[in-house]
Ligand binder design. Structure first.
Ligand code: OAD
Length: 226
């Protein structure tokens, strides 16, 4: 299963590419690239703290909770998300691969230290690791490779699945967007849940058009026989 920004839309977390999307109002190359961080780490941290504050005001919704229920008692269940808001884990999902990192974590590229940033939204300083190096947001930026272990786990999950749900993603960012295609090529059925048409719509075996917070709980109910 692969989720994207659309699953958190009804929690109030902005998506990236819609009319109200974050990339309509902010230029990604100024904020979400290694070059932007080298140029102005303070500005980039300001942007991520702004996003932390946005997300901290929100809660997981019925779609996140339904996926956590769906996982119960299912050995091979794997939830791969492009979202960095941490809502899947807050809703109780356990096997979650965060392909694009986590908004509430900082990382030191010098020594590899990682640290939770929960509760530091109001700070205006650049966080430093125990050795005093400047830390960066532990997220994947444009032009960066995805963490190899996360991608390998996601790929294995996709190619071994028999049912692959794709929820709330425009499927425009690779390699995440290749996962449903890999699943399909390996014989899995692909089900898309989205409010709008995407590049995956023609590939999907079943398209459930509508809001994730409405549709995903219905899928969980059918699957759980409740
Ligand atoms: P996008 O903003 O590109 O797409 C959001 C998708 O969710 C769209 O297809 C919408 O139609 C759909 N959608 C919106 N509201 C929905 C709802 N209530 N229920 C179901 N679907 C809904 O977001 P992503 O595809 O997640 O990467 O974007 C992928 C990546 O691009 C992000 O992880 C981020 C961004 O640049 C990085 O920052 C590395």
């Amino acid at each position: 299963m692969l989720t994207g920004a659309g699953i958190s839309a009804e929690s109030g977390v902005p998506t990236f590419r819609g009319d109200e999307g974050l990339w309509k109002r902010h230029r990604p190359e100024k904020l979400a690239t290694p070059e932007a961080f080298r140029r102005n780490p303070r500005l980039v941290w300001e942007w991520y703290r702004y996003r932390q504050a946005l997300v901290e005001k929100t809660r997981p919704n019925d779609a996140h909770r339904a996926l956590a229920r769906l996982e119960e008692g299912r050995e091979g269940f794997l939830l791969v998300t492009q979202n960095i808001d941490g809502h899947h884990e807050r809703a109780g999902s356990r096997k979650v691969v965060e392909l694009h990192g986590n908004l509430f974590r900082a990382r030191c590229d010098e020594c590899g230290e990682r640290r939770s940033m929960r509760g530091e939204t109001a700070s205006t300083t650049i966080p430093r690791c125990a050795r005093g190096h400047e830390m960066r947001p532990d997220v994947v930026w444009f032009g960066e490779a995805l963490p190899v272990p996360a991608l390998e786990e996601a790929w294995k999950g996709a190619t071994q699945s028999d049912l692959f749900l794709v929820i709330g993603t425009s499927a425009q960012v690779h390699p995440a967007a290749s996962l449903p295609l890999a699943a399909k090529e390996s014989g899995s059925r692909v089900v898309e849940v989205n409010t709008a048409e995407t590049v995956l719509t023609d590939v999907a075996d079943l398209v459930l058009r509508g809001r994730a917070a409405k549709i995903v709980p219905l899928i969980a109910r059918v699957e759980k026989g409740a």
